[in-house]
Design a binder for this molecule. Structure first.
Ligand code: FAD
Length: 540
């Protein structure tokens, strides 16, 4: 049996090498358009930033090494230009010689990835994109050239993961960077109050961030924004997002999903039983609803590539829906997310409970503890975890990965209370931040505590609800929510006569507010605690 694979990077190469491991006799041909296969896309921004200095380190395999170890026929500069489904063959153009030839297959795997989206605005041809080694060489040369000029500047269109990574790396190289983002926040997989932390950090590190802004024109050394502002721009980069490469599939009459990717079932089969598809080009199933989703991430591409090889080799496996677990780092700050945001859950009509906490990555008494902000999005009716986000330093990755694992395993938010996680003071806390989210979820589920979100507060205050800041007078003096009176948590029992029947309490991060709420509730008051405290509220 002969399998032809189109695209030899994440999904395609995972399929090829797994198939060889399962079937020594399979014919395997990999056709890649660029001059390289199996390169480290995710490392490209760090080569631009000189963090990875050895270009060869980006090239994980070569056609020769893949032939030598796996007996795989890998052909670079070989673009598939059409698929003949009836004849079970593809037409390949050799990009070095211009020759065309026919390659037949028993099974065909499409792993063509997704192309950067470049908006149709005047002068945009000057904008650089980053997808492959060729792009990387061009961008690295452009950065080197820019650095020979007086005050090099870069405008990055798009504040997603790649835009933020490039902002860090170009700043470290000595360019003055502006991110121009159309949405009102960076990093769409985060909610606005979590993304605000990343934005502030970038600004502290010298990156200019313009949200709610768009580039309308690119000129030779500047860009124009739609509000009439002009920004100097030695370099212009488009990092607006990617579009699935579906041209071949569409021309071959394969079914596409509603969101524009190639439609596949749970064995990654397309509408043609002999043709599979994986990676950024395909529509995936959302883990919360099973709806179609585009999730252009390396994890699903690699896992699904491996899975296709299993299916071709006759193993009984099927792909799982995806959570979209993702992480990005910038100037030492980490932002990670899994599942849905609050905004997405609300837009889908879910009734949600939201939990914000601001724990340390390990016991506070052990030197070097770093803070983080965590957010859990919970279905208020079922206690299902819909999503989680974390922003901070060390340990954010671990908490989001634990929660992603819990979601995959079908645990509820309250179940997080009972997870048994590794602990010694330099690594965590006996009540780990993930456990703490579970405790709060359990309290909320059981009606022991009620919270109010930062964006709901103003409406309540306008209705005349009493707001009590239960922090110390010194903290209160440094800044509080407008209209709050100060009764420190330790004084509450003595000053009960000042507390009305219906009250909102807040502290710095939510913990003392919770204590206050428990005390006052037992004295007959209806109490809501400002979730995430003053810190979350003040952020936005
Ligand atoms: P790709 O890996 O893109 O491979 C597709 C290949 O197919 C390309 O080389 C393309 O040239 C080739 N091809 C397309 N059409 C044809 C054709 N007709 N004939 C022959 N060849 C063809 N994801 C993460 O999870 N974490 C990260 O940190 C991360 N960082 C990233 C940083 C950058 C700069 C980029 C570009 C992506 C990053 N990603 C990251 C996304 C991740 O790389 C992709 O999700 C993943 O590579 C998708 O795998 P794929 O196999 O679908 O496509």
């Amino acid at each position: 049996m002969k399998t032809v694979i189109i695209g030899g990077v994440a999904g395609g190469m995972s399929a090829a090498t797994r198939l060889r491991r399962l079937d020594e006799r399979a014919g395997i041909v990999v056709l890649g358009r660029s001059g390289y296969v199996s390169f480290a896309n995710c490392g490209l921004p760090y080569y631009i930033g000189d963090v990875i200095t050895d270009r060869a380190a980006l090239l994980l395999q070569t056609p020769a090494s893949l032939q030598g170890r796996f007996g795989i026929d890998v052909r670079v500069k070989s673009e598939v230009v059409s698929i003949d489904r009836a004849a079970k063959s593809v037409t390949v153009r050799n990009l070095s010689t211009g020759e065309r030839y026919i390659e037949d297959y028993d099974f065909l795997v499409l792993a063509p990835g997704a192309a950067p989206f470049v908006p149709p605005i005047p002068g945009v041809e000057r904008a650089l994109t980053l997808r492959n080694i060729g792009d990387t060489d061009a961008m690295a040369a452009a950065v080197d050239a820019a650095l020979t000029r007086g005050e090099p500047t870069a405008v990055i269109m798009g504040g997603g993961f790649i835009g933020v990574e490039l902002a860090e790396n170009l700043t470290e190289r000595g360019l003055t960077v502006t991110i121009v983002e159309l949405a009102d926040q960076l990093l769409a997989p985060l909610d606005v109050e979590m993304a605000a932390l990343v934005e502030k950090h970038l600004v502290r590190k010298g990156v200019r961030v313009l949200t709610g802004a768009s580039v309308s024109e690119v000129c030779s050394d500047s860009v124009g924004l739609s509000d009439g502002t002009w920004l100097p721009a030695t370099l212009v980069i488009a990092a607006i997002g990617v579009r699935p490469e579906t041209g071949l599939a569409e021309a071959a009459g394969l079914e596409l999903g509603g969101r524009g990717g190639i439609l596949v079932e749970e064995h990654q089969r397309t509408s043609d039983a002999a043709i599979f598809a994986v990676g950024d080009a395909v529509v995936k199933r959302d883990a919360i609803t099973g709806d179609q989703a585009l999730v252009p991430l390396a994890g699903p591409a690699n896992r699904h590539g491996r899975l296709v090889a299993d299916v071709i080799a006759g193993r009984a496996v099927s792909s799982k829906p995806v959570l979209g677990t993702a992480i990005v780092g910038a100037f030492g700050m980490v932002a990670a997310a899994t599942g849905w945001t609050e905004k997405r859950a609300r837009a889908a009509g879910r009734t949600v409970r939201i939990i914000h906490t601001h724990p340390a990555n390990h016991a506070g008494y052990y030197p070097g503890a770093e803070g983080m902000s965590l957010k859990l999005v919970v279905d208020a009716q079922t206690d299902e975890i819909l999503g989680a986000q974390g922003v901070g330093g060390a340990g954010v990755d671990k908490r989001i990965d634990v929660i992603a694992t819990a979601m995959r395993g079908g645990l509820t938010a309250s179940d997080l209370a009972d997870l048994e996680l590794s602990y010694a003071p330099q690594f965590g806390s006996a009540k780990d931040p993930v456990n703490m989210l579970g405790f709060i979820a359990e309290n909320q589920r059981d009606g022991l505590t009620q919270t109010i979100q930062w964006h709901e507060l103003n409406a309540e205050l306008a209705n005349g609800v009493q707001l009590i800041d239960v922090r110390t007078p010194a903290e209160y003096a440094r800044g509080t929510v407008d209209g709050a009176i100060n009764i420190p948590v330790d004084d509450l029992r003595a000053r009960l006569d000042e507390v009305r029947d219906d009250v909102i309490v807040h502290c710095q991060v939510g913990l003392r507010g919770y204590l206050a709420a428990r005390t006052l509730t037992q004295y007959g008051r209806r109490v809501r605690n400002l979730d995430g405290g003053y810190r979350t509220w003040a952020r936005v």
